[in-house]
Design a binder for this molecule. Structure first.
Ligand code: NDP
Length: 263
């Protein structure tokens, strides 16, 4: 199947690592011109090396915190002049989860988490919407989690915030139709730097990383018996963002190795 992404202009927030980086790489391979952002300059430099195809013009790398509305506006202005005023796909991926229960989450942590989950979507959507409106194949993909529909008490504020974001995406799919399609991917457990950090934080278990992954996959009862990898998510994002998914909006695609239990 031809995803018809050749020549498309894409923005991937949090494109310097994990799922965002894998998505940017796949979009470049499909012939898209891709702009990524993240906060850490070293990570951005190494992502640029990883994504480089030797054609300077097909990649834009920008340091930008998606929670800083004026920085996101500045990023959008750079994309505007780099792309001649058009954007076809926006992948809102930047972020991370917070492990905490209701008992150990302070008010400030609640506010931080709600701000991260909502404004990592709201700021880029506000800033890039005028460019998306110019495209005849505009799409937004929100990277979300299965926790949004199957809450995890050990990640209480992440789960609650992600549920709100799912609700928001459903409204936007209606408000932005027919110009911009809006879809979500709901992730289970994907092995990325975020997961590596969690393994390192629990390093006193005496397990190797492979043993830890296998035991986590068993504990979580993942039917496919393993964590997902970023490329497996990237393929779903690229499809939903592409003209090949032209009649899909307001949808959520689970990428969880079969973990979900709801019908
Ligand atoms: P990584 O930590 O590997 O990548 C996260 C990316 O987001 C990095 O590029 C990071 O760069 C960037 N980022 C984080 N905060 C900001 C910010 N405020 N502004 C700009 N960039 C930011 O994690 P994953 O690839 O695992 O996660 C990608 C998304 O998927 C996240 O939203 C995550 O919560 C979600 N997710 C992941 C799951 C998993 O199992 N891996 C499960 C469910 C959801 P930098 O830190 O330099 O800014």
């Amino acid at each position: 199947m031809d995803l018809r992404l050749a020549g498309a202009i894409a923005v991937v927030t949090g494109g310097s690592s994990g799922i965002g980086l894998a998505t940017a790489k796949l979009l470049v391979a499909e012939g898209a011109r891709v702009a990524i952002c993240g906060r850490d300059p070293d990570r951005l430099i190494s992502a640029a090396e990883h994504l480089s195809t030797g054609t300077a013009d097909n990649l834009l790398v920008e340091r930008c915190d998606v929670l800083n509305a004026s920085a996101v506006n500045g990023f959008a202005k750079k994309v505007l002049s780099w792309s001649n005023g058009r954007l076809d796909l926006l992948v809102n991926n930047a972020g991370q989860g917070r492990i905490s229960t209701f008992s150990d989450t302070s008010d400030d942590q609640w506010r931080e988490e709600l701000e991260l989950k909502f404004f990592s979507q709201i700021n880029p959507i506000r800033s890039f919407r005028p460019l998306l409106e110019v495209s005849d194949h505009a799409a937004i993909v929100s990277v979300n989690a299965l926790f949004s529909v199957e809450p995890e008490p050990e990640m209480v504020c992440t789960s609650a915030a992600r549920a709100g974001v799912q609700n928001l995406m459903k409204s936007l799919a209606t408000e932005f139709a027919p110009r911009i399609r809006v879809n979500s991917v709901l992730l289970g457990t994907i092995f990325t730097e975020q997961r590596r950090r969690r393994f390192e934080a629990q390093a006193n278990t005496g397990q190797t990383i492979d043993e830890w992954i296998n035991s986590q996959a068993r504990n979580k009862n993942i039917p496919l018996g393993r964590f997902g990898n970023p490329d497996e998510v990237a393929r779903a994002i690229a499809f939903l963002a592409s003209p090949a998914a032209s009649y899909i909006t307001g949808a959520s695609l689970e990428i969880s190795g079969g973990t979900s239990r709801h019908i």
